[in-house]
Design a protein around this ligand. Structure first.
Ligand SMILES: Nc1ncnc2c1ncn2[C@@H]1O[C@H](COP(=O)(O)OP(=O)(O)OP(=O)(O)O)[C@@H](O)[C@H]1O
Length: 611
């Protein structure tokens, strides 16, 4: 026996129209109301006076229906079940009709005959079971549909979830980006702020600059006015300068003439005496006794014992020259005195400076300098070249352009050797004089001396050639005459003037007397040759001094070479170099006497060479 079912809640079950079965006793859309307010099946059975077993069956049926309805509801298919319940309601009504009982509106039931009721109940029961099976099947279908629907929903949910994750990831990315953009915005904002500050500073600077530009423009305008004024003044100055330059050129020409006149007044052969200091061990010996009365006069003093040796006789030999250099005279003081002659060579005159004296008296020192010269000790030749360079530079402003050509020769044993050549001393060289006063030595190497370095190279080369030659004979420089010839060709582009000056710088061989030299063999021949050429030089000087008709220039290579220098075309200066040693007294006396003779020569007027 199944007990009555208690329903705590009431609910409506409607059987859907679509699920109505044609064989069903319940009509489609029938509505079964199961009340939960009390024991409704029991109550129904009581009111219908149904036997207890029907009541139980009905209760079970009702409970089955309720369960199905619950299941249906939970499957969200309530509408469908409601239809089925409607069918069931219809079935109940049919039961009532067949049993002849009818539920009154207040729920009372009329009495139903027993046998037919039994049949009916078993039919209903069967029907109910059939229905139950059918519904179970349907419910199963519904459940499976529901499950597949749920699965679909679940899949859809999964898809949506995935979508949600993707969107969340995108959202995260977007948020990161937004964060980055935020930083960027902050950075840009700070940049904008900084740039705004810079801009305002620039604007301030711009206004300052503008102000300065305006001021500068005003200054510029003032300066332009000044410039215009200066330009006109410059034009005036330029025309003044060109007038002055023309005047300068005129004055330069006048200066040359005056300079030449002064040189002529001084005499064309001038003699300077230079006395060298005591050197090394000489300082222990007796010095030469002399007294200097003034800068161009001196007295050589000799203490001589009387024939009977009872007393000492003091002899005095007075000499006067154009200039006397004491032992302490520097190279630059010496050069200062001859620089006017170097200027004459630039002005287009032949100039000849030669050094005469006994061996070791300081001729080479005066002409070239010591073996290792420095700027203080360099001699006349390098100083003359330097002076010519600086003068040529300043003469450029006056329109003069110069070319300097150098030749270097030696006369050894009355033969000419080219000191700037390749050392081939067998070459023959001739001396030629031209009517315009030019002297040319054939086949000599000519070097363009366009820099002081070239001059140094020339001196070095000459020294090397002499050194090679000196392997055959000792003391080559003492035993030969060396002649450095510098030709100075000038041209003035403005005035059209030209000039052809020559500067001959000659270092003569030592003048010791044959008797004192004690030479034999080659040395004797050298000394004889030296003495011959020097004595020829003396003869020429004597002839010139005595104004003889014939001057024996051709007697030696030296005098023939110096013909134009000694014969009146040239400005000539002779250095007589003497030693300070008393031991060299006789040689010094001879040199000074020779120099006095030379100094007494008045050899005419030097001619300027213009072509
Ligand atoms: N004024 C001077 N001051 C210092 N030293 C000098 C002076 N004159 C000459 N000497 C030195 O005396 C020595 C001899 O001089 P130098 O060679 O010039 O004589 P020299 O007359 O040319 O002789 P030589 O005829 O043999 O060529 C050298 O050592 C030189 O440096």
């Amino acid at each position: 026996m199944v007990g009555p079912t208690n329903y705590k809640n009431s609910f409506d079950v409607t059987i859907p129209n679509g699920s109505s079965d044609s064989t069903s006793d319940l009509p489609a859309g029938a509505h079964l109301r199961a009340t939960t307010s009390g024991n409704s099946v029991e109550h129904l059975c009581e009111h219908a006076a149904l036997p207890r077993e029907y009541t139980n069956e009905l209760s079970e049926l009702q409970s089955l229906l309720v369960n199905r309805a619950v299941e249906s509801k939970s499957a969200s298919r309530v509408n469908c079940d409601q239809l089925k319940f409607s069918d069931f309601e219809e079935l109940r009504k049919q039961v009532e009709r067949r049993t002849g009982n009818q539920l009154s509106p207040n729920g009372s039931i009329a009495t139903i005959p027993d046998s037919s009721l039994q049949v009916e109940i078993s039919r209903i029961k069967m029907k109910s079971e059939e229905q139950s099976k059918k519904y179970s099947k349907e419910i199963e279908q519904l459940r499976s549909q529901h499950e597949s629907h749920l699965n679909a929903l679940h899949q859809e949910y999964e898809t949506l979830e995935q979508g949600k994750y993707a969107i969340a990831a995108e959202l995260d990315d977007a948020q990161v980006k937004i964060k980055d953009y935020g930083h960027e915005v902050v950075h840009l904002e700070s940049t904008v702020t900084a740039q705004s500050q810079s801009l305002s500073q620039l604007q301030i600077q711009q206004s300052i600059d503008k102000q300065q530009i305006e001021e500068a423009t005003k200054t510029l305008e003032t300066k332009l006015k000044d410039l215009a004024l200066l330009s006109s003044q410059l034009c005036e100055a330029k025309s003044h300068i060109s007038q002055m330059e023309a005047k300068l050129r005129f004055e330069e020409t006048t200066r040359r003439k005056l300079h030449n006149t002064i040189q002529e007044l001084k005499g064309n052969i001038r003699v300077f005496c230079r006395m060298r200091p005591l050197l090394g061990p000489e300082q222990m010996d007796d010095p030469l006794q002399l007294s200097f009365t003034n800068e161009d006069e001196m007295e050589l003093i000799q203490n001589q014992e009387s024939a009977n040796r009872s007393k000492t006789i003091i002899k005095s030999y007075p000499f006067s020259f154009d200039k006397i250099f004491k032992p302490d005279a520097t190279q630059s003081e010496v050069f200062e005195e001859i620089s006017q002659l170097v200027q004459s060579a630039l002005d287009g005159y032949p100039v000849c400076i030669f050094a005469y004296g006994q061996t070791g008296s300081g001729k080479t020192f005066t002409m070239e300098g010591p073996e290792q010269p420095d700027s203080e000790t360099v001699g006349i030749i390098p100083r003359a070249v330097l002076q010519i360079y600086s003068t040529v530079k300043s003469l450029k402003q006056k329109g003069w352009e110069y070319v300097m050509e150098g030749q270097f020769l030696e006369i050894y044993n009355d033969t000419i050797h080219d000191l700037l050549g390749n050392g081939d001393f067998n070459k023959k060289h001739d001396i030629k004089h031209f009517p315009n006063g030019k002297t040319v030595v054939t086949d000599l190497t000519t070097v363009i001396i366009d820099s002081p370095e070239k001059m140094t190279a020339v001196m070095k080369r000459a020294g090397q050639n002499r050194a090679v030659a000196s392997t055959h004979c000792n003391d080559r420089s003492s035993r030969s005459h060396s002649v450095f010839m510098l030709k100075l060709s000038g041209r003035n582009e403005i005035s059209g003037e030209t000039s052809q000056g020559v500067l001959n710088l000659i270092d003569l061989a030592g003048s010791e007397r044959l008797s004192l030299s004690g030479s034999t063999g080659d040395r004797l021949r050298e000394t004889q040759a030296i003495n011959k050429s020097l004595s020829c030089l003396g003869d020429v000087i004597y002839s010139l001094a005595n104004r003889e008709a014939h001057v024996p220039y051709r007697n030696s290579k030296l005098t023939f070479l110096l013909q134009n220098s000694l014969g009146g075309n040239s400005k000539t200066l002779m250095f007589v170099n003497i030693s300070s040693c008393n031991a060299h007294f006789q040689e010094t006396l001879c040199s000074l006497r020779f120099a006095t003779k030379v100094n007494s020569c008045h050899i005419g007027v030097a001619k300027r060479i213009t072509k």
